[in-house]
Write a protein that binds this ligand. Structure first.
Ligand code: AMP
Length: 197
């Protein structure tokens, strides 16, 4: 299964991705992690990537797509993967669709972990306090959420139109959230089996 996991900062995406990966045993394609790896290299590319990451800006779409495409070539991705943090905007979603079409592959499911903005701010402020992250104050949190709502949220309609979107209520406890995710995956798996039959 090829799954895209979308969720704003503070929605609990990290925890749920981890559980889903354990359940399905598919590779985790986190573009944040991949870009941090590139940033650590002492190369011109590493320094270029660092300039985006350090400013909290999105890295250029074609660069991110190239890194993802390289990762998709590895044999472990043949059976599926979990895209985490990618695509981040409409242009990346279109690049991914084109690339998967070239590989004669497609997406099976897009999970939208939904939590209302007020609760996200509350959770992020609480986390900043517990982890003593002084850089995470009300203004920076609002700025990160703005990036999500302006750039990433339009993807939800894009995938809804393609019949891939499944909304998960992220306002309940972690176990209840995961139960919804498991059900969504199971439903999609059965639909695939029915289509093949
Ligand atoms: P994350 O770990 O997903 O929060 O990503 C950390 C940082 O990596 C982001 O703030 C962006 O600067 C960059 N990044 C991660 N994923 C993408 C992406 N799909 N497109 C562009 N930049 C990204």
């Amino acid at each position: 299964m090829r799954i895209v996991f979308i969720g704003p900062p503070g929605a609990g995406k990290g925890t749920q991705c981890k559980r889903l990966l354990e359940l399905l045993g598919i590779p985790h394609l986190s573009t944040g992690e991949m870009l941090r790896q590139v940033k650590r290299q002492d190369t011109a590319l590493g320094r270029w990537v660092a300039s985006y990451l350090d400013a909290g800006q999105l890295a250029p779409d074609h660069l991110v797509m190239r890194i993802v495409a390289q990762r998709l070539q590895r044999p472990d991705c043949r059976e599926g993967c979990l895209f985490d943090g990618f695509p981040r905007n409409l242009s990346q979603a279109e690049l991914l669709d084109d690339h998967l079409a070239e590989l004669e592959m497609g997406l099976d499911l897009v999970l939208d972990l939904h939590v209302v903005e007020e609760e996200l701010i509350h959770r992020l402020l609480r986390r900043a306090k517990i982890e003593s992250r002084m850089d995470d104050n009300y203004d920076t949190i609002k700025a990160r959420l703005r990036v999500f709502y302006t750039q990433t949220a339009p993807l939800l309609e894009y995938y809804q139109r393609k019949g891939l979107l499944c909304r998960v209520d992220g306002m309940v406890g972690p176990d209840q959230v995961f139960a919804q995710i498991k059900q969504a995956v199971l439903d999609r798996m059965s639909e695939r089996v029915e289509k093949k039959a």
